[in-house]
Ligand binder design. Sequence first.
Ligand code: MOS
Length: 692
Amino acid sequence: MTGTVLGAPAERREGRQKVSGAARYAAEYTLPGRAYAWPVPAAVARGRVTAVDTSAALALPGVLAVLTPGDAPRLAEPEDATLAVLQNPDVPHRGWCVALAVADTPEAARAAARAVGVRYRTTPHDTELTLDHPDGYEPEEANGGYPGRVRQGDPEGAFAGADVRVEALYRVPPLHNHPMEPHASTAHWDGDRLTVWTSTQGGTVVRSVLAQLFELPEDSVTVVSEHVGGGFGSKGTPRPDVVLAAMAARRTGRPVTLALPRRHLPTAVGHRAPTIQRLRLGASPDGRLTALLHEVTTHTSRVKEFVEQAAVPSRIMYATPHLLSSHRVVPLDVPSPSWMRAPGEAPGMYALESAMDELADALGMDPVELRLRNEPDREPGSGKPFSSRHLAECLREGARRFGWADRDPRPGNRREGPLLIGTGVAAATYPTMAVPATATAHALPDGTFAVRINATDIGTGARTVLAQIAADVLDVPLDRVRTDIGHSDLPPAWVAGGSMGSASWGWAVHEACAELASRLAAHTGPLPVEGIEVRADTSGKADADSPYARHAFGAHFAETAVDTVTGEVRVRRLLGIFAAGRILNARTARSQFTGAMTMGLGMALTEHSTVDGAFGDFTEADLAAYHVPAHADVPDIEADWLDEDDPHLNPMGSKGIGEIGIVGTAAAIGNAVHHATGIRFRELPLTPDRIL
Ligand code: MOS
């Protein structure tokens, strides 16, 4: 190995294509005769479609068809019930697709969708999440396959008898992913062969789902996702757009593009479910936790069970003899929640790390010191040793770089005119996972190499990082390696999700390249004209059980200024220090960390979706109402990492980095706001109306 390729700040291979507009996204495949589809969202929160009048829509110029629940192509029953679109007249929530207009142009399709007359029979709806909702229940499992409840010792008793106690409720509202590129798909049938160009985090899964729904052999379905403009989890599973585009193409005999308008995203592609989190921390006067209780209440839709696993990080973070971490979920007449960056950890660590700050306050102890004092030697929830855990080092290094030692611990004590200034800290964690994948590595007679795998680059730099892994193993310059990704003809691999893309795909690439390198070493004379190609499949390796608890860790430090006149909170400085195994590309890694921290800043200060109780739908449906941070909101933001050498992960020694940056950011900012003002706010986001 050269040792210089892996970890180098290599530039994204497709960067020039993207900034010059040459990179093609799913809606930009201009097939001859292509038509456009536009969905009709349900205008009621719960009920049944009793009639669909398509006559006015069909009379408009350029309109080809209107698909309705009564006449749309029938699908096999999907595993994911959100994909059973136009299969029956039931309306499980407002925004559910009740018809689909198809026309020669997007404008004609939109006009037709508006001209469709839908009649409903409504039933009363309920969209309000409350702690004591009678329909709430404790699920066996929360998302990710985690047990819904973990209980050790006598948490209630230990809390009742603790010398120092903190008890608080924290609320995180529904949040939306809103990737730059809204969900879009172009579908084309050639007899019984289906090809889709779709914006997804994983084309292999899209292919198998479409094959199942349309009852086709998998090799009759081709899925192309060459470039994807972000996803943050909302493209982690196939969405209605790809199914509807394929239905519309089948009906009209034309290639059809369905680009979801942004205003349709909130109800159609998931959201982070809101959580109400009850935290109880008990400690001895020296700051050692004696009890930790984290109870999460969240919602799901009537379509499927989805349980945001927000209490799970409390099983990982701190040593305590008595632990309770549980989930309760309430099915409501709301759009289906789904994956959003660091599902579970992002809201859960907001609550836990805010409560830790409250405990530090109650103890009169420095919040960095409190965390150091509660470092566990084993993972509390499982008893497993950590493969590596450098949270303490992240906290110390962050504190040093941030200048934490100079902090006056008294809240409300730093004033600049109308501004109150404060600093805060919070920890971060995210699990390190991998799943099996397949890759080929090909040595060509001209001395170049090709690596092929159906990975997806959602903007992260996956294409580039996989080339770095290959070049490193093959010990050749980076520009001699080509990577082909984003096409279902390539060897199958799982999604860009769970922060495990690089680990999963890279593992297969690593194996294939290692095998190719040894074949080449044994080879004498020139290569055959077709070169030498090897294939690797990491089944049985990437999914093998580990005796270790494997997680990445980090620490965030924030400085905020709170305007006592306007109630505005501005973040002045944000520093994240991470321990995430071997960093494979310094440039794209930094971008992942700071991107996620920016998303955490949005979660802290501006982002929220409101379920309108009267209409049963989200009030904030576009980027004018759902406020993601703009450049002016993103101040001095810095991310860095410790060199961490963990031999228990994968051949690269990497942990996932896509999500950990958002974990704990909002707590660090909230804790800084408390330090600035002396007031605890326990509901996000920290908008001026709450601050004043
Ligand atoms: Mo991420 S929410 O696992 O795509």
